[in-house]
Design a protein around this ligand. Structure first.
Ligand code: 2U9
Length: 383
């Protein structure tokens, strides 16, 4: 067996075998003192080898560990086989005790050196001084943007391209910003359509809620800045809806607001048509249906000609030829009163787009819950 370390200087002998490959009898070490001296030599040899180890050289550390503790041909195994097993019963007591002591010393020293190497930096082969370039590289699985994120970014891109800025706001709001300032007073029936999560707070604290739409941020913006205002507000909103294939208690919106001195229904309609053609294709036609929202007057539902049948009627548009996209309208002048804007001089339009709804249309997804389950078999389809 190879004697660990450099060619023997400690044991000069004609026999090719190292001391641990010979029996104690062959070495002439039969008395307890002679046995102890042999163990001391081996221990000194180990100490000399480990003293030479560089702090981070894990490859060299591994070689020393294998040479000394290797199960098949390590020094400790060899001493067990060649010194302990053939020993007389009286010698066995001394050899066994010394061998246990040596083994404990070797293990403890190697463990300390390993901890030192790890503490000195990365325990990888590069830190050990010699990179193993033949090892395969670490392949990191690339993630993808979630389809809701992709859709949101596409919506932002379209509105940015016509001069809107993107602003974001907090998900926790006061009832004033979520309702009152949007012309939805307490007990207004519109609050029933937005079943709301209120925060449980200590008695006497001001009420807080999870925003039911991103509209509070339009109010914050108008409070902070004078017209012209052209913003879109993307973000997550919360409503106490039971989950089903089209409802979730948390979903995403991108709402828009434009306020200036010269905004008419024409600007409103032109903006909506531009958006629909950008998002669904240049041939898409748009139609406005009268609707009601407390914060817009007049209000409209925006429909697009069915992207699947081009308006001829199919299963996707339920044979109507049209698909409902989102709600919009001219800002109700009452809203300007809450932000100290001059309702006589100013006008504007607003819209509210459900991001999940747009993504479901674009990708032909029929169950909104798929967006929240994070099943990679679903998500990988949007790479
Ligand atoms: C201010 C003034 C007006 C935002 C608007 C809608 C119409 C609308 C729904 C679309 C699908 C919500 O996500 S949804 O369920 N929203 O139909 N939202 S107008 O109008 C505003 C906002 C802020 C100051």
């Amino acid at each position: 067996m190879p004697w660990p370390g450099a060619a023997g200087t400690l044991f000069l002998m004609t026999d090719e075998r190292t001391p641990v490959e010979r029996t104690l009898a062959e070495l002439g070490a039969t008395s307890p003192e002679a046995i102890a001296a042999r163990f001391a030599e081996v221990r000194a040899r180990f100490d000399a080898e480990t003293a030479r180890l560089a702090p981070c050289d894990l490859a060299a550390w591994t070689a020393v560990r294998n040479a000394w503790l290797g199960r098949a041909s390590g020094v400790i195994t060899a001493i067990g086989d060649n010194w302990l097993k053939p020993a007389t019963p009286e010698q066995k007591r001394v050899v066994g005790k010394s061998l246990n002591g040596l083994k404990a010393h070797v293990e403890r020293t190697l463990e300390e050196l390993r901890a030192r190497a790890e503490a000195a930096g990365d325990a990888g082969p590069a830190a050990a001084g010699g990179s193993d370039l033949s090892l395969p590289g670490v392949r990191r699985a690339l993630g993808t943007r979630h389809p809701i994120r992709q859709t949101r970014e596409e919506l932002e891109r379209i509105f940015r391209s016509i001069g809107f800025s993107v602003v974001e706001g907090p998900e926790i709001e006061t009832p004033y910003y979520n309702f009152e300032a949007l012309n939805i007073p307490e007990h207004h029936p519109a609050r029933d359509t937005m079943d709301t999560f209120y925060l449980s707070l200590p008695k006497g604290s001001p009420e807080l809620l999870l925003r039911t739409h991103t509209s509070p941020m339009q109010i914050h913006t108008m409070e902070r800045q004078q017209p012209p205002v052209r913003i879109v507000v993307p973000g997550r909103v919360y409503r106490r809806d039971n989950p089903d294939s089209t409802h979730s208690f948390a979903f995403h919106q991108i709402e828009g607001l434009a306020v200036d001195t010269d905004i008419t229904f024409c600007e409103f309609k032109g903006t909506v048509e531009y958006f629909v053609r950008e998002f669904l294709g240049p041939k898409t036609r748009t139609r406005l249906r009268p609707s009601y929202f407390p914060f817009t007057e007049p209000s409209a539902e925006v429909d697009a000609s069915c992207f699947a049948c081009d308006g001829r009627g199919c299963r996707i548009c339920k044979h109507a030829g049209w698909i409902e996209l989102f709600g919009a309208g001219m800002v109700d002048p009452a809203v300007y009163g809450f932000v100290n804007y001059d309702a006589k001089r100013l006008s504007g339009f607003a819209f509210g787009i459900g991001v999940e709804r747009m993504a479901m249309m674009r990708y032909g997804i029929s169950d909104i819950q798929l967006f929240y389950q994070n099943d990679v078999r679903f998500l990988r389809q949007f790479e």
